[in-house]
Design a protein around this ligand. Structure first.
Ligand code: ZN
Length: 240
C-alpha cells in the first residue's frame, strides 16, 4: 500500500503569511494522508485545511469522504474548520475525531468556535453528512515516554513538533512544545525511518528554519544511525 502525505499547513500557534515564511509556510497545521484507493485522513484542521478543501471541491465535490483527526482543540489546530469547503456541499461525508478537553466535549468546543458572537455561520449550517466522533480522553501515565516509543516502533515517518531550539526552550518551559533535539531523540529511539520537523515557531522565518534543520541533522548525525531529518514545507509531499 502506498500513501501520499501532503503538508497543507506547517506553522504553529498563529498563521504567519509573508515573504519571510514563503518556503516553510505560514498556514497552521494540516496534513493530508491519502491512500491509493482514495482514502483520506486529515491530521488537524489549522488554516492549511482551507487549501485542501478547495482542492477536494475541485476534484470530487459531492463525493468526498474525509476523516479529520484533531490532535487537540487549540485554536491553531481547529481554526480552519469553518472554512473547509466540502462541509457546504451535499453528498460529501466528513467525520471529525478528537478528544474532549477537560470537561468540554469536542462538539461544545466546535460550537463555541462558530458561536454567532465570534463567527457568522453556526455549526448547524454545515450541510455535509457530518459526524463528530468521540476520541476519548488522553491519559498520561508515568511510563508515557516508554509507551510512546513502543507505539512508534519502526514507523516510516514521524511528524513531530520542533518549535524550539534548546536555548529557546529555556524561556518556554511548560508551553507544551518540543525542541528539535527531543524530536530527533524520540525518532531515533523509536527506530523511525524519517523525521519531519513540524509546528514551526511563528518567529522562525525561512532563514532561521534552514539553520534549525541543519542543527537537527548535525545532532542526529552525532548520535549515529541513519535517520533522515527534514522540516515540513507547505506543499511538500512524502510518499510512503
Ligand atoms: Zn499548536
Amino acid at each position: 500500500m502506498t500513501y501520499t502525505v501532503t503538508f497543507w499547513g506547517t506553522r504553529g500557534s498563529i498563521p504567519t503569511p509573508g515573504p519571510a515564511t514563503s518556503r516553510y509556510g505560514g498556514n497552521t497545521p494540516c496534513v493530508a494522508v491519502e491512500g491509493t484507493e482514495g482514502q483520506l485522513v486529515v491530521l488537524d484542521a489549522g488554516t492549511g485545511i482551507r487549501g485542501l478543501g478547495l482542492d477536494l471541491v475541485a476534484k470530487q465535490n459531492g463525493a468526498a469522504k474525509v476523516e479529520i483527526l484533531l490532535s487537540h482543540a487549540h485554536w491553531d489546530h481547529i481554526q480552519g474548520l469553518p472554512h473547509f469547503k466540502p462541509f457546504f456541499a451535499p453528498g460529501n461525508t466528513v467525520r471529525i475525531w478528537g478528544s474532549r478537553q477537560g470537561t468540554a466535549s469536542l462538539e461544545a468546543i466546535l460550537r463555541q468556535q462558530m458561536d454567532p458572537a465570534v463567527f457568522p455561520v453556526p455549526l448547524d449550517a454545515l450541510v455535509t453528512d457530518n459526524e463528530l466522533g468521540g476520541g476519548g480522553q488522553y491519559d498520561v501515565p508515568v511510563s508515557w515516554r516508554r509507551d510512546f516509543v513502543t507505539f512508534l516502533k519502526g514507523v516510516d515517518l514521524l511528524i513531530h513538533d520542533a518549535m524550539y531550539t534548546p536555548k529557546e526552550l529555556e524561556q518556554h518551559r511548560g508551553w507544551g512544545h518540543s525542541t528539535y533535539e527531543e524530536a530527533v531523540t524520540l525518532a531515533q529511539d523509536a527506530g523511525a525511518n524519517k523525521l519531519v520537523l513540524f509546528h514551526h515557531e511563528p518567529e522562525h522565518g525561512d532563514k532561521e528554519m534552514d539553520g534549525l534543520v541543519a542543527a537537527a541533522r548535525k545532532f542526529a548525525k552525532t548520535r549515529g544511525g541513519s535517520l533522515e531529518v527534514d522540516a515540513a514545507q507547505e506543499g511538500m509531499k512524502v510518499t510512503l
